[in-house]
Design a binder for this molecule. Structure first.
Ligand code: CA2
Length: 146
């Protein structure tokens, strides 16, 4: 069976492509998921995408990933900068974790420079736009097949 990668997206990312396109681009979450699914097929892995506007919802999905997923790509959005709960949940997951941000957070407001998730992440990506999701799938696929 294909190795499964969870792609987790946090608050407001359901609005991708509809607002703030200057920062986050014109692609919707559905576009990203479609492109990542096609790429995952090519690479011999599988993906599942989850989005929640709630901290606990993201924690629940990370718990679900235990025993189901081989790796996690997470854009926790604003919770990146605030959530010890999501960090604690990620610390219970044994596979590789990629932290992803569409924008280059280090060029933005200072409050976006700190990430709780970075303390657990095996790789951190920022500023690749929505194409970053495909790069992250490629990275995890290579890692998981090695
Ligand atoms: O650059 C990223 O991917 C962020 O994780 C996005 C978060 C932000 O709080 C982080 O600092 C960086 C915000 C996501 C908001 O998404 C929207 C999408 C479309 C329209 C409005 C908001």
């Amino acid at each position: 069976m294909s190795k499964l990668i969870y792609i987790l997206n946090g608050p407001n990312l359901n609005l991708l492509g509809q607002r703030q396109v200057d920062i986050y681009g014109g692609e919707t979450l559905e576009d990203i998921t479609r492109d990542c699914t096609a790429l995952a097929d090519e690479l011999g892995v599988a993906i599942e995408q989850f989005q929640s506007n709630h901290e606990g919802g993201l924690v629940d999905v990370i718990h679900q990933a235990r025993g189901q997923a081989a790796g996690i790509i997470i854009n926790a959005a604003a919770y990146t900068h605030t959530s010890v709960a999501i960090l604690d949940a990620l610390n219970t997951f044994e596979g590789p974790v990629v932290e992803l941000h569409i924008s280059q957070v280090h060029k933005r407001e200072e409050f976006r420079h700190h990430s709780y998730i970075a303390q657990r992440a095996d790789a951190v990506m920022a500023g690749f736009g929505t194409y970053g999701y495909q790069l992250a799938v490629r990275h995890l696929a290579k890692l998981l097949k090695a």
